[in-house]
Design a protein around this ligand. Structure first.
Ligand SMILES: *Cc1c(COP(=O)(O)O)cnc(C)c1O
Length: 225
């Protein structure tokens, strides 16, 4: 299957308001160009250096989504151009994004990563933590970031009932935060959940942004990375 056929097949399964982020990590810029030629503009990368290198080579109207874990010392490399940072998992990171955004005279949109999977916690806030942070004053002072929503990853399991439960849990937290918090720099609009293996379950649970890589570009080859 070719990239354009894959894109076409996936788009049929999305809702009209679902944003498709094509996850291009590990794939060559030529693959991105192919998807770009089909009208795709949102691309996701999980490594700062790879994203910065590709951004420098590719059309300037691409919207670059950083979807992986972000270290504070690397924010500066993407601050000039990143469109949306999906995996903000600490207030310390949010403060660094704010500082670098200010230096670049821009406002950077961010999603808070919520830990929803049963698997051991690697990154992300728990529900009670995110409630406490949003209620505190620490975020309102950050004028160069905007919190636009939440991001989560379900457990990597064939148990679809569990995946469904996890997505529904995140949707209900999203709805709760949306009704509770709205300010100049917090507005809950984006719910980023769903990947190649589970995006249909995510959409059914209320996702409006999916991050899909291998179903578009084919199986990933990590051998030389
Ligand atoms: C790689 C990745 C994806 C896409 O995964 P596929 O299974 O290739 O669709 C989505 N989200 C994150 C955070 C990723 O790292």
């Amino acid at each position: 299957m070719s990239i354009n056929k894959n894109l076409e097949a996936i788009k049929k399964k999305l809702n009209q308001d679902t944003v498709l982020v094509a996850v291009s990590k590990t794939y060559a810029s030529s693959a991105i160009k192919e998807a770009y030629a089909e009208g795709q503009r949102d691309f996701g990368e999980n490594k700062v250096q790879e994203m910065a290198e590709k951004q420098a080579q590719l059309p300037t109207d691409i919207r670059w989504h950083l979807i992986g874990h972000l270290q504070t010392n690397k924010v500066k490399y993407i601050a000039p151009f990143v469109f949306l940072i999906h995996a903000v998992d600490s207030i310390k990171l949010l403060k660094e994004i704010n500082k670098r955004a200010e230096q670049n005279n821009r406002v950077i949109d961010c999603l808070l990563q919520i830990h929803i999977a049963k698997e051991e916690a690697k990154f992300g806030f728990d529900a009670d933590e995110v409630l406490a942070e949003l209620a505190s004053e620490s975020i309102s002072a950050l004028k160069n970031i905007r919190i636009k929503g939440l991001m989560g990853m379900a457990t990597n399991t064939s148990d679809s009932a569990q995946v469904k439960r996890e997505f529904e849990g995140l949707k209900s937290l999203f709805d709760q935060l949306k009704s509770k918090f709205s300010s100049s720099n917090v507005s809950m609009e984006i719910l980023s959940m769903g990947m190649s293996g589970d995006f249909e379950l995510a959409i059914a649970a209320g996702s409006n942004m999916v991050r899909i890589g291998s179903s578009i570009f084919g199986a990933r080859d990590y051998s030389d990375s």
